[in-house]
Design a protein around this ligand. Structure first.
Ligand SMILES: Nc1ncnc2c1ncn2[C@@H]1O[C@H](COP(=O)(O)OP(=O)(O)OP(=O)(O)O)[C@@H](O)[C@H]1O
Length: 251
């Protein structure tokens, strides 16, 4: 179980202190899917980076299975059992996709396993295994490869930051099935940042973050109807992508 208690994140913005995350607390139970949603700029990615040790909280604590991991490095968070797929994945010049998958898995992966991982995110494995994970890959290709690196290892908690971004509809359907499989068969907890209704429908719990604060938290059946009805939304800009049919805007 992951527990975030009273998380706070303050940055020095050109000499002025700016608090991006204010007193955020929530938990992800073992084997459950927590979907984090909310308006652009609300603080979702920042919370994910705090959970992964990419940024250090300026207040509060993070516990994984009772262990305080707040001050651990990225490597420490990874060793504790947290996997992370960025909203905009980094590129790795000079490294093949196959090598990247093996590094993520923490062992040399046989070709068959690499192929299965790439297929699970909708990529034709033979075309990609020996390609470099660099700028020559499209945004959608790199995004799917990075998601495959998280699938390569069993984690206590896997974090996916907007996995739908830049992914075509066919690959998106495969991804959804993979998430369901991870939770059901591997008993992993998932924290998925998303604006996509189909992903929100997979959630056990939904956390709505706006202006760096918890705006709403509860079970899917409590929160999703409110989101779809446009309740509790900050003025202007919170959009949920409905099904696979396009965007639905509530203002
Ligand atoms: N290091 C930083 N210095 C200053 N401001 C920052 C810093 N990191 C994030 N922010 C600001 O904090 C706010 C939250 O950003 P964050 O990326 O967490 O939002 P988000 O909810 O993930 O948005 P989106 O849905 O667009 O991905 C934004 O206004 C962003 O510009």
């Amino acid at each position: 179980m992951l527990k975030a208690e009273h998380l706070r994140y303050t940055v020095d913005d050109l000499g002025a202190e700016e608090t991006i995350i204010h007193d955020v607390s929530f938990a992800v139970e073992d084997g459950e899917i927590l979907v984090v949603t909310g308006p652009n700029g609300g603080g979702k990615s920042t919370i994910a980076k705090l959970l992964m040790g990419i940024a250090q909280p300026t207040g509060g604590q993070i516990f994984l299975n009772g262990q305080d991991i707040t001050d651990l490095s990225i490597d420490g968070h990874s060793k504790a059992g947290i996997g992370f797929a960025f909203q905009q994945p980094p590129r790795f010049k000079g490294m093949t996709v196959r090598r990247l998958l093996s590094l993520a898995a923490g062992r040399e992966l046989p070709e068959k396993v690499c192929c299965d991982l790439l297929s699970s995110v909708g990529l034709c494995a033979r075309e990609y295994l020996n390609r470099e994970a660099d700028q020559t890959l499209s945004g959608g290709e790199m995004k799917r490869i990075e998601i495959a690196t998280v699938f390569a290892k069993k984690h206590q908690l896997s974090i996916f930051d907007e996995p739908e971004a830049g992914i075509d509809l066919w690959s998106f359907s495969m991804l959804v099935r993979q998430f369901e499989m991870m939770q059901r068969e591997r008993d992993e907890s998932l924290l998925i940042i998303s604006h996509q209704e189909r992903i929100l429908r997979m959630a056990d719990h939904i956390l709505v973050i706006a202006e760096g604060k918890v705006q709403n938290f509860g079970t899917r059946d409590e929160i999703l109807p409110q989101i779809l009805a446009g309740q509790n939304q900050p003025a202007g800009c919170f959009c949920v992508r409905r099904g696979e049919e396009g965007f639905h805007h509530e203002a």
